[in-house]
Design a protein around this ligand. Structure first.
Ligand code: HPA
Length: 307
């Protein structure tokens, strides 16, 4: 969490310029937000310095999908630590590198691991890579995650094509100063999950014989899993699956004008009337199984996007 900077909270020091005085009159977070555009540019420039292609797609590889990167014809692997303003993941199940290359001839960048709000990062840090994917020239974002299923028809390791969401995160990545160069103040959310892409995903799944569901994802802050009463509430709200990521990224993607597809893997069943204790080990083991489906599905979806 960024704290207000005391240096800009008080009156300007003796000898300070007029610009400093104006700056001092504004809330500190507003000043930081105005730097965002330049920070995105610096991150994109660092990546371009090591990989000169223009990606068609940005792929976010969530829990259990680490292996996916081995399918990419890789030109460059860039640790997040080498990209200005990228946050490092503190979660063992998430590596932290950007894989740049081609999948079936289509140039793309894949984020091997994401950072989460529950790790203590700001929403701006959590969503920063999505801004950079856009700045590199991609038109499409494909994000994956692990989720718990309140919908009792769903089974472990099912792939869910997300077609809408409910945001219960306590902060919003677009809160604060809006830089019109990055997107509009009040982005439309009537269809943040691109209908054509969800249809392509369904078609690819049918071609491959991969069973999929289509459902509503609810985002919670975590890091604890939910109580039985909370699962009952989330189900009554209209959500099929629940997770601790992705929705902030989708909001920023909508703001930036990226077409978005989200694929979730069901890693635990969240039936409030017969809830089993969930452990990370069990969830990761199930995620591995679901990852097998996504390893077949994602290349086919990307191939549908054309060269
Ligand atoms: N809640 C419950 N189960 C889950 C979650 C969650 O946020 N993520 C993955 N499985």
């Amino acid at each position: 969490m960024s704290l207000p900077r005391s240096s800009s909270a008080g009156p300007p020091a003796a000898g300070a310029s007029e610009a400093d005085a104006t700056a001092a009159a504004r809330p500190a977070h507003t000043l930081d937000d105005q730097l965002l555009y330049d920070q995105i540019g610096a991150a994109a420039a660092a990546i371009r310095g090591r990989w000169t292609s223009v990606p068609r797609v940005g792929l976010i590889l969530g829990t259990g999908l680490g292996r996916f990167a081995s399918l990419i014809e890789t030109d460059a692997r860039i640790p997040y630590a080498d990209i200005p303003h990228f946050a490092a993941s503190t979660v063992a199940s998430h590596t932290g590198q950007l894989v740049c290359g081609r999948l079936g001839g289509v140039p793309l960048v894949a984020l091997e691991g994401r950072v989460h709000f529950y790790e203590g990062y700001t929403m701006r840090q959590v969503t920063f890579p999505v801004r950079v994917i856009k700045a590199l020239g991609a038109e499409t974002l494909i994000a994956t995650n692990a989720a718990g299923a309140m919908n009792l028809d769903y089974e472990l390791a099912d792939v869910v094509i997300v077609d809408d969401h409910i945001n219960l995160m306590p902060d919003n990545p677009l809160r604060g100063f809006n830089d019109d160069r990055l997107g509009p103040r009040f982005p439309d959310m009537s269809a943040p999950y691109d209908r054509e892409l969800t249809n392509v995903a369904r078609q690819a799944a049918t071609e491959l014989g991969v069973p999929t569901r289509t459902g509503v994802f609810v985002a919670v802050p975590g890091p604890n899993l939910e109580t039985r009463a909370e699962y009952r509430m989330l189900r009554n709200l209209g959500a099929d699956i629940v997770g601790m990521s992705t929705v902030p990224e989708v909001i920023v993607a909508a703001h930036a004008g990226l077409r978005t597809l989200v694929l979730s893997i069901v890693t635990d069943l969240c039936d409030p009337d017969s809830l089993e204790p969930a452990t990370l080990e069990k969830m990761l083991a199930v995620a591995e199984r679901g990852a097998g489906h996504l390893e077949r599905l994602i290349p086919r979806i990307v191939a549908h996007l054309g060269p």
